[in-house]
Design a protein around this ligand. Sequence first.
Ligand code: HEC
Ligand code: HEC
Length: 288
Amino acid sequence: MPRQLLNKKTVRTALAAAGLLATLPAVAADLDVVARGEYLANAADCAGCHTDAEHGGKPYAGGLPLATPFGKFFAPNITSDPETGIGRWTDAQFLHALRNGIRADGANLFPVFPYTSYTGITDEDALAIKAYLFAQPIVRQPNREHDVSFPFSWRWLQTPWKWLFFTPGPFRPAPDRDAAWNRGAYLVTAVAHCGECHTPRNWFGAMETSRFLGGTAHGPDGKPVPNITSSPDSGSARSRSISAQSQLRRHPKRDNRNSVSALDALSRPPMMQRRVRTTSRGCGGDDR
Ligand code: HEC
Ligand code: HEC
């Protein structure tokens, strides 16, 4: 498969060795997009849900069961297989899914796919993620039907849900904050979707935005998730002796998932370390 050959490190090393990198700017630019997409896909933890690692599932081929109060959802295949994956999806369809939670056939996606946060991802970053996914091995694996009971299984019911609880649109930088703060806020709210686990949810399964990052006793898989706002008594600011960086390194990988967790990804590039620290203090907003 030509796609599998697009291992950026191998290609880049080979090109560099041949002294070709400088003479092939277009190829280098493509590789950069894929590398950037890889970083973003790891930070967004796409593999965390779309890979059934526990049962030997192939990367991004789907099949992982996700238990929710509404039933069990099975993450679909997002490899570029044209029959069972998203190989036929256009850029516009991919963007529509992340920005608006709409599938290629026009049906609503359920918010167990965290498009409620991914909506903030810029077009450029979303397309880099797509380029990365399309550079991965193709896996032919049919999707499993969700095991969700009526009426939650009705996709069209998601339309009024969206009217009530969803604000689409890319992240808008705060003009009164510096670039580092805004970069951190973008990662926390959109790409790494920290709020999806760290924010309590209402009866309809929507994030209670007034308690953003305030922690919840009923996180994914029914487990508690701590308050990570800068609240001195209950937020993560209480553990000042532990640096945000080491807290993030120790961040749990999601259950039975082998992906690089969002936080591992964020805590690796040195530039990001500073930024995450800034936001986990500065972006909390809510002190309850
Ligand atoms: C928390 C789990 C979770 C994460 C993280 C996640 N997804 Fe999904 N995704 C799902 C589920 C579940 C569905 C199916 C939703 C439905 O059927 O309505 C889905 C659906 C999709 C679809 C639609 C596929 C189809 O055939 O209908 C695409 C595309 C997609 N995800 C891409 C991504 C990308 C790209 C990322 C990372 C940026 C990502 N997902 C991260 C759980 C997740
Ligand atoms: C898939 C769910 C999930 C996502 C997404 C998530 N977290 Fe967490 N996080 C958890 C859980 C669960 C714990 C508690 C682990 C424990 O108690 O062992 C935790 C713990 C933490 C802690 C330690 C807090 C303390 O007081 O001990 C920090 C800090 C943290 N998360 C920050 C973040 C940040 C920043 C993001 C986004 C970049 C994020 N988390 C995204 C589930 C998540």
